[in-house]
Design a protein around this ligand. Structure first.
Ligand code: AMP
Length: 607
C-alpha cells in the first residue's frame, strides 16, 4: 500500500509522522529530534539551509533567515498582520507583484509558499531517509481558522515541494484523531491548541466506530507564542532604552539575539520562577563602548506581560462553546495541544474556564502530525474504520445589492456540503449579474475576504426583481469552494472553482466591488421573511418589557443569572438574523424566543 505521511507544518516547528503496522509514529530527523524548526536561510555562498542548521546560524545571518513564514502565508500585502510582520521581523518582507508578500533572501525574492515548500521538502526528505523509499503523498495540517486563501497557499506549497497533498486537515481535528485513535471512546472533547503562531479551539464529538465530528471551531491566526516572545522583547528593548537611550530594534542581529533569548526565557519560566536574560555585547554605544543586556525576568512579570493574550484565547473558547450550544459541564475532556500549553498560566486559565483539569496526556508537539498520519492512512486504506466530519470555520456567501454580505453557508457547517439560495435582479432590464464570492463573519461585504468573482450574462430583459437566479455553493472534503449561478427560466449557468486570489491587488478588489455594485443580485424579500420577522420582533418586544422585572426576581441566584444571560444571547441572535434578512435563521430563533418568553412570564406570574 502506498505510504502517506502526515505533516504538521507549524509556525515555529514542523513534525512528520506515518502509520506503521497500524501504529502512528513520529519520524525523527537526522539529528534525532522529533521536530524541526520551520526556518529557512540562504548563506553568503548562496546555499539554502532548512531546519536546525538554519536556526543555528540565525544570529549571524539574521537578515537572510526566515522564521514564522506561516504567519504570512495566503495573506495580502496590505493586511495589518503583514504590516506587523514587516515592522518586527529581522528579515526583509516586500510587496509582491499581486498585492502578495515576498521575502528577500540575498537579493532574491521568494513567495511565501516557496519558503513553506522548502520546509515541507525537508520533512519529505526526513521521511524518505527513515523509510528508505520515496514518498509522494501527504496530509498537511493547517490551523482550523485558516481561510480559503491560506489553505490554497498551503496546498500550493505542497505542490512546489513535489508532494501530492491528498488532504488538508485542521490541526485541532488532527490532534483529536490522535487522541481518540484506537481507544473506542465516546466523548465530547475540546481541543485547545496554542502554538507558535496561531490559536485554535475545536469542540468535537468522538463517537463509536471511529466517528470524529467537529461541532464548532474558532481561533485567531495571529495569536501565538511569537506574540508572547514579542512582549518579552518589548520589555527588554524598553528597559534597555531607558538605561542606555539606545533602540536595539535598529540592529537586526541584536533583534535576532533578543528573539532567541526571549523564547528561551519564556520556555524556562514554564519550569522555574525566575530566569536571567544575559546578552553580552548586544550593541556598541556611539563611543565604541560595548553594551551588555542583563535583566531578570520572573514568571509573574511574564504572566503580566502576556495576560491579555491568554485572556483572548479564553474569550474565544467562550464564544465557541456558545456556537456549539454546549455548557462547560458537557465538555468531558479538554486536550492541550501546542508548545505554549506548557506555560503554567495557560494551563491554569484553561482549567479555571472549563472547570476541569485539562488532559496533558498527548504530546503537544507531536500529536498533530500523528493525527495527520492517521488520516493519511485512512484515506488509502478502506479497511480502516474512521469517519472525519469537519466544519467550515468561516461563513461563505456573496455580496448583494447595497454591499450586504448574504450568507449561504454558515460558520461551523459540516463539510462536504452544498447550499442553494434564490436571488433576483436589482435593476430593470438587467442582463448580467456579478457574483462576488466571499468568506467572513461581517454583514458588511467589504469587511470580509473576497475569494473570487464571476459574471452570469444573457439574462432575459425584465423589470427588477423578476428574473430569478439560483446560486449554489459547494465545499468539498478538502474545504475547496465552488460556486454556480443559474438563470432559473433559461437554465443558463456559470460556475467557478474558487482559488486563491493573491493575484488581485487591494485597489483592484476595491474597484471590483465598486464596479460590481450596479450589477449585483438582490436579496429576496420574501413574505416568508417578513412573517418571521414580525413574529420574532413581537416576542423580542415582550421579552424586553419583562426583562427588568425578571432581573430583579432572579438576579440573586446563579441559575437566574445564567438564564438571563441565555435569554440575552437568544435575543441578540434573533436580532442578528433579522438584520441579515435570513428567513430560515429568524425562524430558528423563534423557538428560543418563545421558550424565553414563556419562562419570563412564568417567573413574573409566580411572584
Ligand atoms: P508549536 O507551534 O506547537 O510547535 O508551539 C511552539 C510554541 O510553543 C513556541 O512559541 C514555543 O516557544 C512555545 N513553547 C515550547 N516549549 C515551551 C515551554 N516549555 N514553555 C512555554 N512555551 C513553550
Amino acid at each position: 500500500m502506498e505510504k502517506v505521511i502526515g505533516i504538521d507544518l507549524g509556525t515555529t516547528n514542523s513534525c512528520v509522522a506515518i502509520v506503521e503496522n497500524g501504529t502512528p509514529v513520529v519520524i525523527p530527523n537526522r539529528g534525532g529530534y522529533k521536530t524541526t524548526p520551520s526556518m529557512v536561510a540562504v548563506t553568503e555562498a548562496g546555499k539554502r539551509l532548512v531546519g536546525h542548521i538554519a536556526k543555528r546560524q540565525a544570529i549571524t545571518n539574521a537578515e537572510n533567515t526566515v522564521y514564522a513564514a506561516k504567519r504570512l502565508i495566503g495573506r495580502k500585502w496590505n493586511s495589518p498582520q503583514v504590516k506587523n510582520a514587516v515592522a518586527t521581523s529581522s528579515y526583509r518582507i516586500v510587496e509582491g507583484p499581486h498585492n502578495d508578500v515576498r521575502i528577500v533572501l540575498r537579493d532574491k525574492e521568494f513567495s511565501v509558499p516557496e519558503i513553506s515548500a522548502m520546509v515541507l521538502q525537508e520533512m519529505k526528505v526526513i521521511a524518505e531517509d527513515y523509510l528508505g523509499e520515496t514518498v509522494s503523498k501527504a496530509v498537511v495540517t493547517v490551523p482550523a481558522y485558516f481561510n480559503d486563501n491560506q489553505r490554497q497557499a498551503t496546498k500550493d506549497a505542497g505542490e512546489i515541494a513535489g508532494l501530492d497533498v491528498i488532504r488538508i486537515i485542521n490541526e485541532p481535528t488532527a490532534a483529536a484523531l490522535s487522541y481518540g485513535f484506537g481507544r473506542n471512546i465516546e466523548k465530547t472533547v475540546a481541543v485547545y491548541d496554542f502554538g507558535g503562531g496561531t490559536f485554535d479551539i475545536s469542540i468535537l464529538e468522538i463517537g463509536a466506530h471511529g466517528v470524529f465530528k467537529v461541532i464548532a471551531t474558532a481561533g485567531d491566526t495571529f495569536l501565538g507564542g511569537e506574540d508572547v516572545d514579542a512582549r518579552i522583547i518589548d520589555w527588554l528593548v524598553s528597559g534597555f532604552k531607558e538605561e542606555h537611550g539606545i533602540d536595539l530594534r535598529q540592529d537586526r542581529m541584536a533583534l535576532q539575539r533578543l528573539k532567541d533569548a526571549a523564547e528561551k526565557a519564556k520556555c524556562e519560566l514554564s519550569s522555574v520562577r525566575e530566569t536571567e536574560v544575559n546578552l553580552p555585547f548586544i550593541i556598541s554605544s556611539g563611543r565604541n563602548e560595548a553594551l551588555h543586556l542583563q535583566r531578570t525576568l520572573t514568571r509573574q512579570t511574564l504572566e503580566e506581560l502576556s495576560d491579555d493574550l491568554i485572556e483572548r484565547t479564553v474569550d474565544i473558547c467562550k464564544q465557541t462553546l456558545e456556537d456549539a450550544k454546549l455548557g462547560k459541564d458537557e465538555v468531558e475532556e479538554v486536550v492541550l495541544v501546542g508548545g505554549m500549553t506548557r506555560m503554567p498560566k495557560i494551563q491554569q486559565s484553561v482549567q479555571s474556564f472549563f472547570e476541569k483539569e485539562p488532559n496533558k496526556g498527548v504530546h503537544p508537539d507531536e500529536v498533530v502530525a500523528l493525527g495527520a498520519a492517521i488520516q493519511g492512512a485512512a484515506l488509502v486504506d478502506d479497511k480502516q474504520e474512521m469517519v472525519l466530519l469537519d466544519v467550515t470555520p468561516h461563513a461563505l456567501g456573496i455580496m448583494t445589492f447595497g454591499s450586504y454580505f448574504e450568507e449561504l453557508i454558515p460558520q461551523n457547517t459540516t463539510v462536504p456540503t452544498h447550499r442553494t439560495k434564490i436571488f433576483t435582479t436589482s435593476r430593470d432590464n438587467q442582463t448580467a449579474v456579478k457574483i462576488l464570492v466571499m468568506q467572513g463573519e461581517s454583514q458588511r461585504a467589504e469587511e470580509n475576504e473576497l475569494l473570487g468573482e464571476f459574471i452570469l450574462t444573457g439574462l432575459r430583459r425584465a423589470p427588477k426583481g423578476q428574473v430569478e437566479i439560483e446560486v449554489t455553493f459547494e465545499i468539498n472534503a478538502d474545504g475547496i469552494v465552488s460556486v454556480r449561478a443559474k438563470d432559473l427560466e433559461t437554465g443558463l449557468e456559470q460556475s467557478i472553482q474558487v482559488t486563491a486570489t493573491s493575484g488581485l491587488t487591494k485597489d483592484e478588489i476595491k474597484s471590483m466591488m465598486e464596479n460590481a455594485k450596479d450589477d449585483l443580485v438582490d436579496r429576496r424579500t420574501s413574505e416568508e421573511f417578513e412573517a418571521a420577522k414580525q413574529e420574532a420582533e413581537k416576542l423580542i418586544g415582550e421579552i424586553e418589557k419583562l426583562f427588568p422585572q425578571v432581573q430583579q426576581i432572579v438576579a440573586s441566584s446563579d441559575f437566574g443569572r445564567d438564564a438571563i444571560e441565555k435569554a440575552k444571547a437568544i435575543v441578540d441572535k434573533a436580532r442578528a438574523a433579522i438584520e441579515k434578512r435570513d428567513a430560515a435563521a429568524v425562524k430558528e430563533q423563534i423557538e428560543g424566543l418563545t421558550r424565553t418568553h414563556r419562562m419570563f412570564k412564568g417567573v413574573v406570574a409566580k411572584t
